[in-house]
Ligand binder design. Sequence first.
Ligand code: ATP
Ligand code: MG
Length: 270
Amino acid sequence: MKATENNKIKINVNNLSCSYGSLLAVNEVDLKIKANEITAFIGPSGCGKSTVLRALNRMNDTIPSSSVNGSVDIIFNGDQAAINIYNPDIDVISLRRKVGMVFQRPNPFPMSIYENIIYGPKLFGLKDKKQLDEIVEQSLQYSALWDEVKDKLHTSSGQDLSGGQQQRLCIARALAVGPEVLLLDEPCSALDPIATVKIEDLLIELKKYLTIVIVTHNMQQASRISDTTAVFWVNENTKAGELVECKPTIELFSNPQDSRTEGYITGRFG
Ligand SMILES: Nc1ncnc2c1ncn2[C@@H]1O[C@H](COP(=O)(O)OP(=O)(O)OP(=O)(O)O)[C@@H](O)[C@H]1O
Ligand SMILES: [Mg+2]
C-alpha cells in the first residue's frame, strides 16, 4: 500500500436520509470525511451510526426494507472527480472492494487463515500463487497478526484463533483486496482491553494508507484514536437519527458546545 495524500475530503455525505420500510432511521445528514484520518461515529444506541456507516459502501442494499435518499460522493484514488456511489451504474462489488467493512463480531470464514485472506483476491480473479502468498503476508503484517500466525497459515482455521486475533484476521481479509476506505462497526466491543489496544494501534498505523471510519461506544477509544468525531442523536420530534456535530476530536472532547454532546461524553446521558 502506498501512503496517500492527507487532508483532502475523501467522502462527502450530502443530505443523506435512510429508512427501513416506513421508519425514517436517519434524517438529512451532511458530513465530510477526510482522507487519511480516523473519523469516529458516537452517540446513543439507535441514533443511526451503523445505518450511516453501512450507507458509505451500500451495505444497506443487503437489507430488503432499506432505502436511501441523498448522495454519498467518494473521490477514489486516481480519479479527478467524486463519484456518487448511489448512481445506478455503480458496480457495488467493486465499490465494496474499495470501501471495505469490518463488523462488531469477528466473522472469519470456516477455512484456513491463508484461505480467509485470499478469498477476496481470488474472487477478483487472482490465481498466481506467488502473488497470493505476498498478499497474505502483507495483509497479515499490516494487521499486526503475521508473527502470531505465520507458522500455521494452512493448518489452523481462522475460527480457531482468539477473538482479538480473529478480528485482526478480518481486518487483514479486508485489506487483502486493497481498499481505500475501511469502515468498522464497533470492532472492539467483543474484545478484552489488550486486544483492543492492538486494534487501536493498528488503525493508527493504517491511516497512513487508508481513510478509516469507526463506530464506537467507547468514549476513551474515540478520544484516543480519532482525528474527527461525529456525534449522532435521535431527534425528539422526527424520532430519526441526525448529526449533532462533527469536529476535530480534541476540540469536541475538550470544549463540547452542544449540550447533548457534553452530556454524552461525560456519561450523564445516552
Ligand atoms: N435492519 C433493520 N431493520 C429495521 N430497522 C432497523 C434496522 N437496522 C436498524 N434499524 C433501526 O434504525 C434505527 C437506527 O439504527 P442503527 O442500528 O443505525 O443505530 P446505532 O446508532 O448503530 O445503534 P447501536 O449503537 O445500538 O448499534 C433504529 O431505530 C433501528 O431500530
Ligand atoms: Mg450500531
